[in-house]
Design a protein around this ligand. Structure first.
Ligand code: MN
Length: 740
């Protein structure tokens, strides 16, 4: 199928537009021919293929190439690789073909841009493996990941054509990995746009609401900004400085995050905008001095807030960001953040890594080291053999959003660690064996615990003991990837030993009662010891955390019944399915699901009415229901995107019939008993309490609880739970039911 004349027109327009951008980067006839060759090959290769929007597919690579020039600032090779980025994956061309035509450099870039295909280890997630591959390219050629980000940005900009499950998968990946990665690589505007687009698809109402409020408050805000800037402009003009000054509103996503974090309405966000001054620096004095001179003239006008001064020039952020930030008292008693930076710093803030390289030869920035050492850490982690892809990704994620501190060893050697690092992180940074045996630290010659957070400039000596070893709690103490990995792998080894010991002990104990280890036995024992799986049980037995003294009682007790859900979840299979061209997707199931199909996610505990997303648990086959904004869901979506349920999961109308019943309780009173009782009732949202009445006299406790339940099974299950509470002697159904 050929391109129609309408297609040809669209493609040609996009191409002409791309060529006009290329004038910035093409230096020779050779450069132009290189790009044209890529254009014609890709156009021919994608012929007849369309995007979901109905547009010719080829418009996508052209758009990516355009982003790569205009928004990231890369050069000719990157444009060629962008045009070819989907050719190997989607058409008959191979990497070898590309190499023959464009040479080995372009071929390896295109290879890096080609998604994973082929055989996967069944235990690991394809998605995580895919990310791992993406990140591997990062250590070879940073441009590949920058093109990958451009690709993602264009896909996000055209996300409205995707069905809902794909939207969730793609936004999940974006918020989990691509936005942080863009930030880490210094692409601040792209990071913000990716976040905003994610929010637009996941929380359309909130997104619309905040954008409306920003629009509505605009006239008032620009009046204020003008008033604020007027005297600043006057002094800068007087000093013959060439500059631009403007007020910039925060991104919708960051406003929304702040509203959530602080639990405040839009109207109470005081730092909705910042004023930015970008100036042309003179050859002399240093850029830093010139920034401080401007700072000085501004604080002659407005009083600064002393604790809000941020000098990102003396100590640039890990992603290369440099600027001077200060908050000053503006007119009407309003604090205003002012950002001061040179044009060079602005380029780096907008274009990140690419701009950073451009200036690398011009200035001797100390930041090259920080970036190079970050890349080295990623390379090391990728080469770490005892780590699976999912763990790698979790750890890698940690290294994305960090600002850094510099500390010293006893000998004065410098070490860079993320902000928030503890003495224990430092210990692991020196050596795994030092970390594993750390018991304390001398920070600036003073004895401190290993949990102590360290600060820039600290000098640290680690105290070790030969019999010390890592504990699970240590995982909460450390923040660095290296320390987490070392502790996890130590604990894994130890756990494996404990499991083996636990199995032996358990079987030995069972044999005393002449019982064989079986699934039935485990189903009884696991909940009784509060374990989620048998490995947890064995390792706790092996470590001596669980004693098997009461095993016989547990084996004799009857298993508890399950409380039925009051609200029902169901799958809306009629949702926006507009056909799917991916081979991996399966047609939505039409059968009526039973209520046991769903499990409420423990991480976010959605309640009836919450917007929810279903995620298939491959182990049990059940659908775990998460809140739409659950962080854990984002993580899962990024790693196991295929398991997102295509259908919308909805709560049914609150129609189930419920009956009022009263339970009478009696027992020995103790501290915390009431709390335990109410905990049991509130734990399960299928129970509604109508009335609680508790009396206590002479150490005896008597009470009645009136609840709405769906049926007798639920009531029995509830009473069964009460009977297991320490102190409660009897729990029975009252005969005299109160009228509603
Ligand atoms: Mn693409």
């Amino acid at each position: 199928m050929d391109y129609s004349s309408e297609d040809e027109k669209l493609i040609d327009e996009a191409y002409q537009d791309l060529l006009s951008s290329c004038t910035k980067i093409c230096k020779s006839e050779e450069d132009w021919n290189f790009i044209k060759r890529a254009y014609f090959l890709a156009k021919e290769a994608h012929q007849g293929v369309r995007r979901r929007s109905g547009e010719p597919y080829f418009l996508h690579p052209i758009a990516v190439a355009k982003i790569v020039i205009e928004e990231i600032g890369l050069g000719v090779k990157s444009v060629v690789a962008s045009l070819l980025h989907d050719v190997v994956e989607d058409t008959d061309y191979t990497v070898e073909d590309i190499e023959r035509i464009f040479g080995p450099k372009i071929a390896s870039m295109v290879d890096g841009l080609t998604k994973m295909s082929g055989v996967f280890n069944a235990d690991t997630s394809e998605q995580a493996e895919y990310f791992r591959k993406v990140l591997l390219t990062l250590s070879n050629d940073v441009r590949v990941i920058l093109i990958k980000i451009a690709d993602r940005l264009h896909n996000m900009r055209t996300l409205q054509y995707m069905p809902r499950d794909k939207q969730i998968k793609i936004t999940g990946e974006t918020i989990y990995l691509f936005a942080p990665l863009a930030y880490r690589l210094g692409l601040f505007p792209i990071k913000s746009e990716l976040e905003d687009l994610c929010m637009k698809y996941r929380f359309p109402d909130e997104y619309a609401e905040i954008s409306r409020k920003i629009r509505e408050t605009e006239p008032e805000r620009s009046e204020f900004i003008n008033r604020f800037c007027a005297p600043i402009k006057e002094t800068l003009d007087k000093n013959n400085i060439q500059y631009e000054i403007s007020g910039r509103v925060k991104s919708i996503y960051s406003i929304w995050s702040k509203m959530q974090r602080k639990q405040i309405p839009f109207e109470e966000i005081y730092d909705l905008f910042a004023v930015r001054i970008v100036f042309k620096s003179l050859p002399f004095p240093s850029e830093k001095t010139q920034c401080w001179q401007i700072y000085s003239s501004i604080t002659d006008i407005y009083a600064p807030k002393p604790d809000r001064l941020r000098d990102w020039i003396s100590m640039p952020k890990a992603n290369g960001y440099e600027a001077l930030h200060s908050t000053v008292m503006g007119p009407d008693g309003v604090w205003v953040e002012v950002q001061i930076r040179t044009q060079r710093m602005e380029d780096i803030a907008e274009r990140g890594f690419a701009a950073h390289w451009k200036y690398k030869h011009a200035t001797l920035s100390q930041n090259d080291d920080a970036f190079d050492s970050w890349l080295k850490k990623i390379r090391d982690a990728l080469n770490s053999p005892n780590e699976n892809a999912v763990e790698f990704l979790d750890n890698f994620k940690l290294s994305l959003y960090t600002s850094e501190i510099t500390v010293f060893t006893p000998k004065g050697e410098q070490r860079t660690l993320p902000f928030g690092a503890t003495a224990l992180d430092f210990a692991y940074d020196i050596h795994t064996n030092i970390g594993n045996r750390a018991i304390g630290a001398k920070i600036n010659h003073k004895i401190e615990p290993i949990t102590k957070q360290i600060n820039s400039g600290d000098q640290i000596e680690i105290i070790t003991a030969n019999n010390a070893k890592p504990k699970t709690e240590w995982l909460d103490i450390v923040t660095t990837t290296k320390a987490k990995q070392a502790i996890t792998s130590f604990l894994k080894r130890e756990r494996q030993n404990n499991i083996e010991r636990g199995i032996a002990l358990f079987e030995q104990q069972l044999s005393k009662f002449d019982i064989q280890l079986s699934g039935r036995v485990l189903r009884k024992v696991l909940p009784a010891y509060g374990c989620n799986n048998k490995d947890e049980l064995y390792s706790k037995i092996g470590a001596g955390i669980i004693s098997l003294d009461n095993l016989d009682k547990i084996l004799k007790s009857s298993s508890k019944s399950k409380i039925l859900k009051f609200w029902r979840l169901w799958r809306d299979t009629a949702s926006d399915d507009i056909g799917d061209d991916d081979a991996e997707s399966v047609a939505p199931s039409k059968e009526v699901p039973d209520i046991d199909e769903f499990v409420i996610a423990g991480c976010c505990n959605p309640l009836p009415g919450d917007s929810v997303v279903g995620f298939k648990d491959t182990a049990t086959g059940k659908i775990i229901v998460h809140k739409s904004n659950c962080n854990e869901l984002n993580r899962l979506a990024a790693q196991f995107g295929k398991n997102i349920i295509k259908d919308q999961i909805k709560w049914s109308q609150h129609k189930a019939v419920s009956y009022l019943s009263t339970i009478e309780l009696r027992g020995i009173d103790r501290m915390g008993l009431l709390l335990d009782i109410s905990h049991i009732v509130s734990e399960d949202f299928s129970i509604n309490i109508r009335e609680v009445c508790i009396r206590s006299h002479d150490g005896i406790f008597e009470g009645s609880i009136s609840v709405y339940v769906q049926d007798a099974d639920s009531l029995n299950a509830l009473m069964d739970k009460f009977r297991h509470v320490k102190g409660i002697d009897t729990a029975k159904r009252s005969m005299e039911n109160k009228d509603d």
